[in-house]
Design a binder for this molecule. Sequence first.
Ligand code: HEM
Length: 195
Amino acid sequence: MEGHYDKSGPADLYLFGWVNNVTQEVTGIKLPGGLSFLVHQDFDAPITGLNAFPEEDRPGQVNAVFQFYHIMIAIGMFLIGLSVYASFLWWRGTLFDKRWLLKIFAFSVLLPQIANQVGWFAAEMGRQPWIVYGHLRTSDGFSQEVSSNQILFSLILFLVVYAILFLLFIYSVNKKIKHGPYDEAENPDEFLKYV
Ligand code: HEM
């Protein structure tokens, strides 16, 4: 199934897909007119495509933006599905018998971290080549005074600080998961031991 992302006609909604940045063809599984429906509640409503904008005013890495955005939404939908299913089992009183599901829950704490990163990539790469749309280009926005080595050094420092924070996060989440749920009404001070 192929689609063109540049026409100003009805736009499809891709569940999964691959954008060829050169031919501007999208290959994947789609709901025809789905994006038109999301925006205008009409499967035939026209959507302005990327090619309505001059090439120098739009992002080049369309496939990367597409993939990062889709990963974010897949994670969001998976977590919603997981929560709804687990709520149903909890209501039936069988949630805590399903060890495989509880294992998925334990590892799912990583998914919002990934969604945060890819969501941010989608936003940052999708707004290129602009810092302020229509006013300031990224190429005009960087400082002449700061060298690339200084930027690299700051990046490494950020990486180290965030890696430490991430390890602390995993450590405290793991502690909470291992401890299991407790009844706050019966034991209101319990949580203080685990903060
Ligand atoms: C349920 C499906 C989801 C939908 C429909 C959705 C939708 C969006 C949209 C429309 C944007 C703006 C993209 C742009 O700049 O054009 C965005 C950005 C973002 N999303 Fe999601 N999202 C979903 C799930 C998630 C989840 C589960 C997380 C993390 C837990 C997440 C984290 C982010 C982040 C960090 C950004 C970038 C914000 C910024 O700095 O501009 N998203 N999302």
